[in-house]
Design a protein around this ligand. Structure first.
Ligand code: NAP
Ligand code: ZN
Ligand code: ZN
Length: 350
């Protein structure tokens, strides 16, 4: 198959910094679009993958799954997009389209495995897929999102993974008026969860271990902020209907299960590389649920983007150039970002 060579940023091993690489993209198929990448967010999952935290990374890895770009070319069967349109791409670039999950819009749970935008098996070229830390991408137009005109492009990028990952469970577990919702961890996902839950009408409390984020929590839309490593403050908490746990490392969850209401749910979206310990008494008392959620389907991702436009919300971003990306990954590891790094991908062309 013919391919086109482009520039990307990738890691060759778990210990090497990201560096410029040349990768190949397939030529445009009839249902494909070619997207010139303008911005790409840095999610903690990119960092987990680069560092091989989950033990399953294939190198070289080109991360990036919070992509905003402009359509450069369209295949002859594509009607949804035209050259020049502003688009978004998240984690999912393909799926089987036939299974029960796909036919219900749950491509994230495709029974045959959806194709991840990076480090997934590439159906067209041999080898693995390469993500958004690159100049451009060629992919099936059915998995491409429309960026509403009113959204700022750099701050729309984190919505493509961070936004949908928290929007989906907040909607599924019915965050809204009369509901007491807690968000655990104020990072990329957590800060978006605060904004979404507030816009949905819930009473929102954030739990952070970082004292310097307490003030910010209210600016982001939380009604209350709790220092989760202060047992005195934790003892005063009770009767949460829903807790969204965005913590990226192994942590204590029983103290959060304890503050759920009867029939309350703690929903894990963070992906620590070690199992979490749950005490039986922490769930049986109060018929509590410990659950999880994984990104969201394509239609729901579009709904989330439209929700951000309708409610005039945006991610809080720090836009960086390509030569700052390794420093950004170090800072993300230390929790030193307010609240999402976004790479200006045009700087890769220079
Ligand atoms: P992030 O920006 O690094 O935020 C994670 C937050 O967790 C930190 O800001 C910190 O908040 C808290 N935290 C980190 N280490 C902690 C520790 N040891 N103990 C307690 N709290 C800690 O990361 P992110 O991009 O939001 O991603 C969060 C997690 O979700 C990652 O594991 C990522 O891989 C995963 N993820 C999952 C999905 C999915 O579909 N399920 C999608 C995207 C990302 P405070 O400073 O406020 O305490
Ligand atoms: Zn992500
Ligand atoms: Zn499927």
């Amino acid at each position: 198959m013919d391919t086109k060579k482009i520039k990307a940023l990738g890691a060759k091993t778990a210990d090497s910094p990201l560096d410029t690489l040349v990768i190949e993209r397939r030529v445009l198929g009839v249902n494909d679009v070619e997207i010139d990448i303008l911005y790409c967010g840095i999610c903690h999952s990119d960092l987990h993958a680069v560092k091989n935290d989950w033990g399953n990374t294939n190198y070289p890895v080109v991360p990036g799954h919070e992509i905003v770009g402009r359509i450069k070319d369209v295949g002859k069967n594509v009607t949804k997009f035209k050259v020049g349109d502003l688009t978004g791409v998240g984690c999912i670039v393909d799926s089987c389209r036939n299974c029960d999950s796909c036919s219900h819009g749950f491509e994230q749970f495709c029974e045959n495995g959806f194709t991840l935008v990076f480090d997934g098996p590439d159906k067209h070229l041999a080898g693995r897929t390469y993500g958004g830390f690159s100049e451009s991408i060629v992919m099936d137009s059915n998995y491409v999102l429309k960026i509403p005109e009113s959204l700022d492009l750099a701050s729309a990028a984190p919505l493509l993974c961070g936004g949908i990952t928290v929007y989906s469970p907040l909607k599924h577990w019915k965050a809204g008026p009369g509901k007491k919702v807690g968000i655990i961890g104020i990072g990329g996902l957590g800060h978006l969860a605060i904004k979404i839950a507030r816009a949905m009408g819930a009473h929102v409390t954030v739990f952070t271990r970082s004292e310097d984020k307490l003030q910010d929590a209210k600016r982001l839309g939380a009604h209350d902020a709790v220092l989760s490593n202060d047992p005195e403050q934790m003892r005063k908490q009770s009767k949460y209907d829903l807790l969204i746990d965005t913590v990226s490392a192994k942590h204590e969850v029983n103290m959060f299960l304890d503050i759920l209401n009867i029939d309350g749910s703690l929903v894990l979206v963070g992906l620590p590389n070690e199992p979490l310990e749950i005490g039986a008494f922490n769930v049986v008392n109060g018929r509590k649920s410990f659950s999880g959620s994984n990104i969201g389907g394509i239609a729901e991702t579009q709904e989330m983007l439209d929700f951000f436009a309708e409610h005039k919300l945006a991610a809080d971003v720090e836009v960086i150039k390509v030569d700052q990306v390794n420093e950004a990954l170090d800072r993300l590891e230390r929790g030193d970002v307010k609240y999402r790094f976004v790479i200006d991908m045009a700087s890769l062309k220079n």
